[in-house]
Structure formats: C-alpha cells, structure tokens
Design a protein. Structure first.
Length: 129
C-alpha cells in the first residue's frame, strides 16, 4: 500500500473584509445557486484546468465570502491542502483569511483502490506504474 503525505492548512475569517471588490473577469459571467448538491459537486472549491489563470478563482471566492457574510455569522472557515492549486493558499490569504492551524496527514493512495485512475498524476507526485 502506498501512503501519500499531505499538509492541511486551516484558515478562518472572523469578520467581513471591508471594501474588497473583485470585478468580474469576463463580460458575460453568471453565478447560479445549485440546489440539493451532491458532496462531489461542492466538496472542492476550485476550477477545472480550462478556467485556471483567467482570474475566475478570486471572483468566485469573493462571491462566496459576500454570500457567507450576508447572514449573521461569527466565523467563516475553510481548509486547503498541498494537493490543491499552488496559488490556492495565497488567494485565500489575499481575500482576508488567516491561517489558524496546520496538520500533517497520511492517507492511502486512492489510485490503488481504484477510486482514481492509476495513470492520474499530480504536480507533487509521479503517476504510479
């Protein structure tokens, strides 16, 4: 069994950031509310490769922040992983999130159990044979 190492970084925002405006990066862009989502639909906040580098991530994150703080909450938190995009942590911090904890974790390689294709690689890992 192959074991993968990861570091989970936990971030929080204790108040709504003041005056932050992230303009829409495209002329035509709409955010829609999805009802009754499956876990796999909402689990990884992020973009598919075709949309990375088009300034959609910060815009989507700001929309989530605005939506979260439109209700009476005391804390908005999230976590990221070394398996996320290399700029993810920086984008979260730029948006106003602050790191409050880090945790090293080990987990079984999901490629070995057939959860992910064996040929799937990652920027931090080589594909298995």
């Amino acid at each position: 069994m192959s074991v993968l190492e990861d570091t989970i970084t936990y971030l929080e925002m204790l108040e709504r950031p003041a005056g932050r405006l992230v303009p829409a990066p495209l002329d035509r862009l709409a955010l829609m509310r999805a009802e009754a989502c499956t876990v796999s639909f909402y689990r990884y906040f992020g973009l598919i490769p075709d949309f990375i580098g088009r300034r959609l991530g910060p815009y989507l994150l700001q929309a989530a922040i605005d939506r979260a703080w439109s209700r009476p909450i005391d804390r908005f938190w999230l976590h990221t992983s070394t398996f996320d995009h290399p700029k993810a942590l920086r984008v979260y911090q730029r948006a106003g999130f602050v790191v409050y904890a880090r945790r090293a974790v080990l987990f079984e390689d999901p490629r070995e159990r057939g959860i992910l294709p064996r040929t799937l690689g990652h920027r931090l890992r080589l594909p298995t044979a």
